[in-house]
Design a protein around this ligand. Structure first.
Ligand SMILES: [Fe+2]
Ligand SMILES: [Zn+2]
Length: 412
């Protein structure tokens, strides 16, 4: 099966003002703006009328007195504004509407593009629209065109870095070729995105199969597809691996697109999809004497959705780190195991397994909220280094590199 575009939302919004088209009004028409009770009406050129509560407008004034232009934080004291505030005058100008308020004669200016973007009655732009390019889900056929960038491009230019991060956004992973075979270069590469996330395993890791920590990652055993740190309240966002040395056999890398598998589960076993989206699973990390980590909330579903958009946002699955299921109601026990078996069937289906060979000089990075990883058993001495990155910091870097500052400011 070829990679396919993941559909995120069924919402649709009515008018033609989608996207970043500059919004227009008819300046010659006296009905373009109107105050009606506690609302200001604004008629767009296509006849659509947006209605804004006066208090909402005053609360969102972005003049330098009300909004810090650099920190982009609210300065106006919302709680000192009269709840009955009303415009003394509303004037449509070339760029937006000017309002003089009946409280302290405060003057506000609202650009049309901002009003159009944030119009809520009616909603013109979908406030829940997913960011950036559509995600492309994949099965093992992606092996023929693996997303890849060069170390030089990433280190030398923001454009190279933006391409790398966009690969991770779209596919959930990317390779980086031409990386010097050293911990220093690998660490520098990780830090191009953001600071490294420290955990109980340390910051930047450099490890062998010597059981340096009480976790199967530090052994030579085969590992089934899993996501890391299911036991954290906020699981790590990105994970990077670089094989520095291996003098034995095996140890191939497995990647599985959790979003692709979730889509298949939903199509083939909808009841199981629902079960794994609703029933929380407890997890723990307690392999080191000084560590006993459990997340808060204690139980998190394997498939996690945005409550507003209903879109799948995070896969959290490591069957080895699962704690005792004593919280299940008796009538849910069989349903849970049934769903877990269906999920495992999809995850381990040969079609969905992307096996690649680790090579010194070729770094793999993947989205730990989407892709599951594993490995085959190996022999010999193997030295691997890598790092974790926080999800929010990766997304922030991706966002600022792929969108202009003006566009981002207007989002707020
Ligand atoms: Fe892992
Ligand atoms: Zn103001």
């Amino acid at each position: 099966m070829a990679p396919s575009t993941f559909s995120w939302s069924n919402r649709s919004y009515s008018t033609s003002h989608q996207g970043s088209t500059p919004s227009k009004v008819d300046l010659g028409n006296k009905d373009t703006t109107k105050v009606d009770g506690n609302k200001v009406h604004l008629r767009w050129i296509d006849g659509t009328t947006s209605r804004f509560h006066s208090f909402w407008l005053r609360d969102h004034c972005h003049c330098p007195e009300c909004y810090h232009t650099v920190t982009k934080q609210r300065l106006v004291n919302t709680f000192k504004l009269p709840r009955t505030i009303s415009p003394k005058s509303v004037t449509a100008t070339e760029t937006g509407i000017d309002i003089i308020w009946d409280h302290e004669d405060h003057k506000s200016h609202y650009p049309y593009s901002w009003l159009n973007k944030h119009s809520y009655d009616p909603k013109i732009t979908d406030p829940y629209k997913p960011e950036g390019a559509p995600k492309i889900t994949w099965d093992k056929s992606i092996a023929a065109h693996l997303p890849e960038v060069t170390f030089k491009d990433v280190m030398d230019s923001d454009k190279g870095l933006a391409t790398w991060l966009n690969n991770i956004h779209v596919y959930g992973f990317s390779f980086v070729s031409g990386v010097p075979v050293s911990t220093e270069a690998t660490e520098e590469l990780a830090k191009r995105i953001s600071f490294i996330r420290e955990t109980h395993y340390g910051g930047f890791w450099d490890f062998t199969s010597d059981l340096g920590h009480g976790d199967t990652a530090y052994t030579d055993l085969a590992l089934g597809a899993h996501t890391d740190t299911t036991y954290f309240t906020d699981p790590v966002g990105l994970q990077m691996f670089h094989l520095l040395h291996h003098d034995g056999e095996g140890g191939h890398n497995l990647l599985v697109d959790g979003f692709h598998c979730a889509k298949i589960l939903k199509e083939k076993y909808p009841k199981s999809y629902k079960t794994l989206s609703e029933i929380g699973v407890p997890a723990h990390s307690a392999g080191d004497a000084s560590t006993h980590i459990v997340p808060s909330p204690r139980h998190n579903p394997i498939l996690n959705h945005d409550p507003a958009t209903k879109a799948l946002v995070q896969v959290r699955f490591n069957n080895d780190d699962r704690s005792t299921l004593d919280h299940l109601d008796a009538e849910h026990v069989d349903a849970f195991y049934e769903a877990l078996f269906d999920w495992n069937r999809v995850l381990t289906h040969e079609h969905n397994l992307l096996w690649t060979k680790f090579q010194p000089g070729r770094v793999l990075i993947f989205d730990n909220w989407r892709c599951l990883h594993g490995r085959s058993a190996f022999t010999g001495k193997r030295r691997m280094c890598g790092a974790y990155t926080n999800w929010d910091d990766y997304r922030s870097r991706w966002r600022t590199l792929n969108t202009t500052a003006e566009q981002l400011a207007e989002e707020l």
